[in-house]
Design a protein around this ligand. Structure first.
Ligand code: SF4
Length: 105
């Protein structure tokens, strides 16, 4: 999961930092930014500054997004490449389900 903040909407109340201080920071301008590897992503900020969220911080980041009064914390799911062998197994299960349905009819 990745996260970014629309700084144009941020109120600077700091609620996100209460929920997940590893991922959010308030800078001198009084606005929140995301952090990756302890580095604030404030250049340029916004949707061009996405931070990767470590699994241990995922719940805190989701809670921050839910609580954010500016509704300006945006989450993006990572795209996961499907494992071809898993897809084949899923196809086999579908085929078996079809056979069972046909046998029961
Ligand atoms: S909770 Fe939202 S509005 Fe408040 S400081 Fe964080 S990003 Fe800005």
């Amino acid at each position: 999961m990745r996260v970014w903040i629309d700084q144009d909407l941020c109120t600077g109340d700091g609620l996100c930092i209460d929920h997940c201080p590893d991922v959010f920071v308030l800078l001198e301008d009084g606005i929140a930014y995301v952090v990756e590897g302890r580095q604030p992503l404030n250049d340029p900020g916004g949707s061009e500054s996405l931070a990767q969220v470590a699994p241990r911080n995922a719940v805190g980041v989701i809670h921050a997004a839910e609580a954010c009064p500016g509704e300006c914390i945006f989450l993006e799911a990572d795209v996961i490449e499907a494992d071809p062998s898993v897809v084949e197994v899923a196809d086999l299960i579908d085929d078996l389900d079809d056979l069972i349905d046909e046998a029961a009819a």
